[in-house]
Design a protein around this ligand. Structure first.
Ligand code: ADP
Length: 379
């Protein structure tokens, strides 16, 4: 660690939280400039909204969201309109403070009038989002998926998706939200940092039991029940690509400002944590993108009251060690010399750059047409 900077050139710089050093002139850095800002709840919701306005069907994997406080009147009006046109619609919403993590400050509401306006919304903006009421359950419990995605390059876009991830379980059997159970965080929020405080939390000693399991163990289980796991993977891959495409314009602005073309500078890569919820019908929904996914492979265990010890977590180790190892292999500057191919890395699935470029170009041209359409309408 070099808290005051390291002036000798390195092949790979591993920054702790975000890209922060404008005095690096070569090599690779494990963070993109501006990534933290780009994936914050409000910024992500804005980027997804832009794409949802342009391609509503392509981007229906992100719950309808409003930004508070600025869109509070819009939120109230839209919900009223939807309720008027469909009186049987009984929605629930989830309010999430911007920049929050680990479930901090999150609460569920049944009606826009339940938003807690006292102080916090004004001082701490938030996103309010349609709550997904019918998640897929395993052992009667709600769970979400943390998938690791390596953004290896912005230009050309190169994306790798780790073939295995983590499934993080709630610790109270799930019930659809009612006024009575809205406050039960162990039933509705899958955050590890919250559920670990539940008496029902089970530290997993194998990959397919307990409160944190591998995603592959869930897939095995789904597959044995006859679910179309191939389709699920292809939907997840498409969700990841479309999300990164939505974030790319903003990321490029940050990149060009911090590392201008033509000036000596490093190249960047980054491991992102995608949090995904599966609906009962197996449709994956994006909850959020994490710029600093935890890479801890240990957990704390209370040996006796107040006495904690770090013990290895086999599930975290199984998934995260492989992700870090293959990330380093993929960005290894010696790789070219050894003529390794992309396909030799078994942890990651490569989204072929050509496939990606054509998708990107397709969306860009659709955007362009849409833009012309809008300008025509305006003129
Ligand atoms: P944080 O960054 O604080 O963890 P998240 O957006 O990941 O915030 O939300 C925390 C948890 O709340 C998620 O892990 C998930 O279990 C639940 N959650 C978040 N958004 C939704 C939603 N739209 N529908 C259902 N559950 C949600």
């Amino acid at each position: 660690q070099f808290p005051f900077g390291r002036r000798l050139p390195c092949d790979i710089y591993w920054h702790g939280v975000s890209f922060h050093d404008n005095n690096i002139f070569s090599g690779q850095v494990n963070k993109f400039p501006g990534m933290m800002e780009t994936v914050r709840k409000i910024t992500l919701s804005r980027a997804m909204r832009t794409m949802q306005d342009l391609f509503p069907l392509e981007y229906n994997f992100y719950p309808r969201s409003w930004i508070l406080p600025e869109e509070l009147p819009l939120f109230v009006a839209e919900v009223r309109m939807m309720k008027d046109s469909n009186p049987s619609w009984k929605p629930t919403f989830i309010v999430k403070p911007d920049g929050g993590c680990q479930g901090d400050g999150i609460y569920l509401i049944k009606d826009p009038s339940d938003i807690r306006l006292t102080g916090s919304i004004q001082s701490r903006p938030a996103v309010v989002q349609e709550y997904i009421c019918k998640p897929l359950l395993v052992d009667k419990l709600k769970f979400d998926i943390r998938l690791y995605v390596l953004l290896k390059s912005l230009e050309p876009l190169e994306i790798y998706i780790a073939k295995d991830g983590l499934s993080r379980f709630c610790t109270e059997p799930y019930q659809e939200p009612t006024l009575k159970n809205l406050h039960q965080v162990f039933m509705h929020l899958t955050n590890y940092s919250l559920n670990i405080h539940s008496g029902n939390f089970i530290h997993s000693d194998s990959v397919n039991t307990g409160s944190k399991r591998t995603f592959s163990s869930i897939l095995c289980r789904l597959s044995s029940r006859g679910a179309d796991v191939k389709k699920l993977w292809s939907d997840i891959i498409s969700l990841v690509i479309k999300t990164i495409i939505a974030l790319t314009p903003e990321l490029k602005v940050y990149y060009q400002s911090d590392i201008p073309a033509g000036k000596p500078g490093p190249t960047c890569f980054q491991i992102l944590g995608f949090d995904i919820l599966l609906m009962k019908n197996l449709k994956p929904m994006l909850l959020e993108v994490n710029a600093n996914p935890s890479m801890r492979i240990e957990h704390e265990q209370e040996l006796s009251p107040g006495v904690f010890e770090n013990v290895p977590s086999p599930v975290d180790e199984e998934v995260k060690v492989a992700v870090i190892r293959d990330t380093l292999r993929l960005v290894d500057p010696q790789k070219k010399k050894r003529k390794d191919t992309h396909l030799s890395f078994h942890t990651y699935l490569l989204i072929f750059p050509t496939q990606l470029q054509s998708l990107h170009a397709g969306i860009a041209s659709m955007k362009d047409k849409q833009h012309k359409h809008h300008s025509l309408k305006l003129s």
